[in-house]
Design a protein around this ligand. Structure first.
Ligand code: COA
Length: 165
């Protein structure tokens, strides 16, 4: 199913299409996941997320035929007026092309559409690329979970409060 709004985006260098993740996307998503994280989500975990009513995974492809390869995805929960971003990753060969920004932008637009109050997420203190992405969207650090990812690896809790329109 295509995401109704806004569907296709004009990124810096290309136009992207967003869609709900389907079970048949799993192989491509897992490939990106494994290349992106030391402790990647398992296929079971992704399939579980696809069944949770308040969870949503959006995948992104270059615009064109629907068999274009997936270049990134974002998983979020919508719970109690908040969107919580659980996972976001872009294929290593496609980073730095604003794909992460398109994915996060869609999550923010969805938050506005569903009249959520805020978007939250956690990020490793050492993850400079992700922190720059969140800083560009004006996320603020609201807490720290010490050694969350193991010794010496803190998680920063980031939050973006959305204006009430
Ligand atoms: C974080 C991630 C999703 C960003 O995706 P992306 O498509 O490369 O991001 P964008 O191109 O939208 O770039 C966003 C910002 O991050 C910056 N950035 C991208 N790669 C960077 C890098 N390796 N080092 C520092 N900054 C970087 C860009 O400069 C950009 O800032 P700018 O617009 O001011 O130039 C991607 O790096 C990734 O998949 N990382 C591995 C998984 C991960 O860490 N996920 C986040 C978990 S919290």
């Amino acid at each position: 199913m295509m995401v109704a709004t806004p569907g296709a985006f004009h990124g810096r260098a290309a136009t992207w299409t967003l869609a709900e993740m389907r079970a048949q996307d799993l192989r491509q998503v897992l490939e990106i996941e494994r290349r992106s994280f030391d402790n990647p989500w398992s296929s079971t975990l992704f399939l579980q997320e696809l069944r949770i009513p308040f969870s949503r995974i959006v995948v992104i492809r270059p615009a064109g035929a629907s068999d274009e390869p997936i270049v990134g995805y974002l998983c979020r929960w919508l719970v109690a007026d908040e969107i919580h971003v659980l996972n976001v990753a872009v294929h290593p060969e496609h980073r730095g092309r604003a794909i992460g920004a398109v994915l996060l932008g869609e999550a923010l637009r969805e938050a506005e559409r569903s009249r959520a109050d805020a978007v939250t997420l956690e990020v490793r203190r050492s993850n400079e690329a992700a922190r720059r992405l969140y800083a560009a969207f004006h996320f603020e650090e609201v807490g720290v979970r010490r050694h969350y990812y193991g010794r010496g690896e803190d998680a920063l809790i980031m939050r973006l409060v959305l204006p009430r329109g």
